[in-house]
Design a protein around this ligand. Structure first.
Ligand code: AMP
Length: 220
């Protein structure tokens, strides 16, 4: 039998920092990081037929139908850089997508689930403090990364605003959506004893250290 390769699936609530941590782990292990959100944004920017279809859903914060997600992920996983393993961020997001992933990778890979845990209250604090500049795209946080002048962008001087989907009521909905996403992933990780739970309510370097410490033991 061929040596199984490694797949890491990052999951955590919005604002948990899983995007940041997946990139750091990818650099450390030399594995590509595949984010379905990024793949979709690229297709949308290129105005491809798939991108145009996906846009109808992403602009409302709704999940893109699994048929389109399958197309995009199957094409990405067919690339040669995934041969030794890869890291997923934002996928799978439900039980059907998890089944689809398992069918795509078959038994060539061991799938590790990395859960970045952050409490609901902290998620709301983190996200409701986020401010963005619509003019240049820079992002700030009223507590963790305040702009030099309150409400104004350090980079281009324009007024900062709150993202529509960062408003507290929408964040609560996103949190509820996340819990539905997490359930099949948690169940899979528990069943196969491949669940790695990390405390995400620490500094970025400390979270990174905890992830590396647990993973080093696996890949020795
Ligand atoms: P993200 O960057 O992961 O927050 O994703 C941005 C948007 O892309 C989401 O709000 C969804 O509309 C869409 N999306 C990303 N990944 C998926 C996925 N695995 N399944 C369905 N829709 C997705």
């Amino acid at each position: 039998m061929k040596q199984p390769y490694l797949v890491f699936i990052f999951f955590g609530p919005p604002g948990s920092g899983k995007g940041t941590q997946s990139v750091v782990l990818g650099q450390k292990l030399g594995l590509p990081v595949i984010s379905t959100g990024d793949l979709l944004r690229r297709q949308e920017a290129a105005k491809s037929p798939l991108g145009l279809k996906a846009r109808r859903y992403t602009k409302r914060g709704q999940l893109v139908p699994n048929k389109l997600i399958h197309q995009i992920i199957a094409a990405r996983l067919a690339k040669r850089d995934t041969a030794k393993g890869f890291i997923l961020d934002g996928y799978p997001r439900d039980a059907a997508q998890l089944d689809d992933l398992l069918a795509l990778v078959q038994d060539k890979y061991i799938i590790w689930l990395i859960e970045v845990k952050v409490g609901d209250k902290e998620v709301i604090n983190r996200i409701s403090g986020r401010r963005i500049c619509n003019a240049c795209g820079a992002s700030f946080h009223v507590l963790y990364k305040p702009p030099k002048q309150a409400g104004m962008c350090d980079v281009c001087g324009k007024k900062l605003s709150i993202r529509e989907d960062d408003k507290p009521a929408v964040v609560r909905q996103r949190l509820a959506d996340y819990k539905a996403t997490a359930a099949p992933l948690l169940a899979y990780g528990k069943k196969h004893k491949t669940l790695i739970s990390i405390n995400g309510q620490q500094t970025i370097p400390k979270v990174r250290q905890d992830i590396f410490a647990k993973i080093v033991k696996l890949i020795k």
